[in-house]
Write a protein that binds this ligand. Structure first.
Ligand code: HEM
Length: 312
């Protein structure tokens, strides 16, 4: 009997040893801290802010792109700049070419410009993952008229894994209902409040017609009929890759990062099912009302939620 027990123990130990050989060690979890580049590259955050300022002066839409880029980076493999990786012969289909990112994602040139300037001052010091999150923070700062103003801990590491399949698996599509949205945020450690607060980003930027065409065709959705009528005029009946115009997301203050989004949600004047879904539970509807009407509340919450998302 003792011999049998020893055999089982040996088999178990063997299995553990074999697994230790075949399973790669988990990626190190970076310790994020404020002022991470204070000594190694003092002008780092100023350099990124300058690049973002220049870009937004030329085209505010790039700021919207940068905020969306931070979200799409963090939801796939964590905030590790995996969204920036181009296709290579070894990896033909990285995140960048996936449906949620191509061709709609914009702002890559701004990240390149910031990174190029950083390399001149402090070569090889600042991670691209931090640049992406700093750039989103700065875009929020400028587009909100300096009202969304937050400090961001840094020290993220750049990843090398970037797969189209993971972008498709983890980035919620605009057709999602509330429980699907809640689940997709929960997987990333974000809660319902984060979902409601971060969705407020849809107060800026644009969308391609293909992202909401189901909501303006038959059968009618809960979209405000007047808005649906206008959108029908701006979008082809069947948008496709060669014919897919864009419209602004917030018709009232299209380039301002403000709480107008929540007023639009309440009036059913939003593009996506995922936006409209925020009214489908009393819990989220109440949060929509608060963000719409309690002055200054959303801006504060947005800053906090962006910091939380940037730690994924
Ligand atoms: C809750 C789930 C979400 C869904 C389903 C969703 C979906 C979308 C879609 C379909 C577009 C339009 C893309 C296009 O056709 O051009 C878009 C745009 C945008 N999204 Fe989201 N999004 C979500 C959450 C977020 C979050 C969390 C953020 C940021 C924190 C964000 C920021 C933006 C911004 C700024 C734009 C405009 C981008 C531009 O103008 O280039 N979204 N989103």
């Amino acid at each position: 009997m003792a011999r049998f027990g020893a055999l089982i123990l040996a088999a178990l130990l063997g299995a553990v040893a074999a697994q230790a050989q075949t399973t790669p060690p988990p990626a190190p979890r970076p310790q994020l801290r404020f002022g991470f580049y204070k000594h190694s590259c003092p002008p780092a955050e100023v350099i990124v802010r300058d690049a973002v300022r220049n870009a937004i002066i030329a085209n505010p839409g790039l700021g919207a792109g940068l905020i969306r880029m931070a979200f799409h980076d963090c939801f796939v493999q964590g905030c590790d700049a995996s969204i920036l990786l181009d296709p290579t012969p070894a990896n033909l289909r990285p995140e960048k070419v996936s449906g949620p990112n191509f061709p709609s994602m914009r702002g890559f040139d701004v990240i390149d410009a910031a990174k190029a300037a950083l390399e001149r001052f402090c070569p090889g010091v600042v991670s691209c993952a931090d640049v992406v999150q700093f750039a989103a923070r700065d875009a929020a700062f400028f587009l909100s008229g300096f009202r969304v103003d937050y400090k961001l801990p840094a020290g993220r590491l750049d990843g090398r894994v970037s797969l189209e399949s993971e972008a498709l698996a983890f980035l919620p599509p605009p057709s999602f209902n509330l429980s699907e949205l809640v689940d997709s945020f929960k997987v990333k450690g974000l809660d319902i409040d984060d979902l409601v607060v971060l969705s407020g980003s849809h107060t800026i930027g644009r969308s391609h017609c293909s992202s909401f065409s189901d909501r303006i065709s038959m059968p009618p959705s809960d979209m405000d009929p007047g808005m649906a009528f206008v959108l029908k005029g701006e979008c082809p009946a069947n948008p496709n890759f060669t014919k897919d115009p864009t419209v602004v997301q917030d018709f009232v203050t299209p380039d301002k990062l403000d709480n107008q989004y929540y007023k639009n949600v309440l009036k059913h004047k939003v593009l996506f099912n995922s936006d409209a879904a925020l009214l489908t539970s009393t819990q989220t509807a109440r949060k929509v009302v608060e963000n719409a009407f309690v002055r200054g509340r959303w801006e504060k919450k947005f800053a906090k939620a962006m910091v939380k998302m940037a730690a994924v």
